[in-house]
Design a protein around this ligand. Structure first.
Ligand code: URA
Length: 208
């Protein structure tokens, strides 16, 4: 996805740029925008789909039932929320918890892209089909790719089932637990994902 570059040198500046956002119609129903939370130095970043009712009420990601499962899964691999960074593909709640529309994801994409650039995680874990599709730029079949380590742009993308799906389907729950064990293994590996073009590179090239 080709997207606008946002001039923000910190997460705080980026969050300020989002203040009062009306780039897509989701602004009209929101109580709170949900920017993201956690460590700005996180090696592991989680990207969900969109805020739900609880997240919209609190302005924080994954604070409902799916979030409690995420906390347990993190604890299972020796991590806490404060050591990772958690955000969503879109920062405002879609009505009735429907999937975000392509134009809503596109409007929010520059913010997600800059969040990833600023945090520079080693691994971006896509929680569910919508996040995986957005990060990989194509429709994905979660049953085929979950738990695998794929190349993103300077980070690895690891798609896993969405915790809300695992709460509904016992077979997804055991897959999700196993995929978190894989996440821990990937974090311990030395290898880093290749980067294609850096944000600074085009300007530097113009000098020569
Ligand atoms: N589901 C998501 O995808 N994101 C949240 O923040 C909460 C639930």
């Amino acid at each position: 996805m080709l997207s606008e570059r946002l001039e923000a040198d910190s997460l705080e500046e980026l969050e300020q740029l989002l203040e009062g956002c009306q780039r897509c119609p989701l602004w009209s129903d929101r109580s709170n925008l949900v920017f993201g939370s956690g460590s700005r130095d996180a090696q592991l970043m989680f990207i969900g789909e969109a805020p739900g009712r609880a997240e919209d009420a609190k302005g924080l990601p994954f604070v409902g039932p799916a979030g409690r499962l995420l906390d347990d899964l993190l604890a299972g691999i020796g991590l806490t929320r404060s050591e990772v960074y958690i955000t969503n593909v879109v920062k405002c709640r879609p009505p009735g918890n429907r999937d975000p529309l392509p134009e809503e994801m596109e409007a929010c994409h520059p913010f997600l892209a800059r969040q990833i650039e600023l945090i520079e995680p080693k691994i971006v874990c896509a929680l569910g089909r919508v996040a995986a599709g957005s990060l990989l730029g194509k429709t994905v079949q979660m049953s085929r790719i979950h738990g695998t380590r794929l190349n993103g742009d300077g980070y690895f993308v690891v798609p896993v089932f969405h915790p809300a799906a695992a709460l509904r389907t016992p077979s997804s729950m055991s897959a999700l637990e196993e995929d978190f064990r894989n996440l821990k293994k990937y974090l311990q590996q030395e290898e880093v994902a290749p980067k294609t073009v850096s944000r600074e590179e085009p300007e530097q090239l113009e000098l020569f």
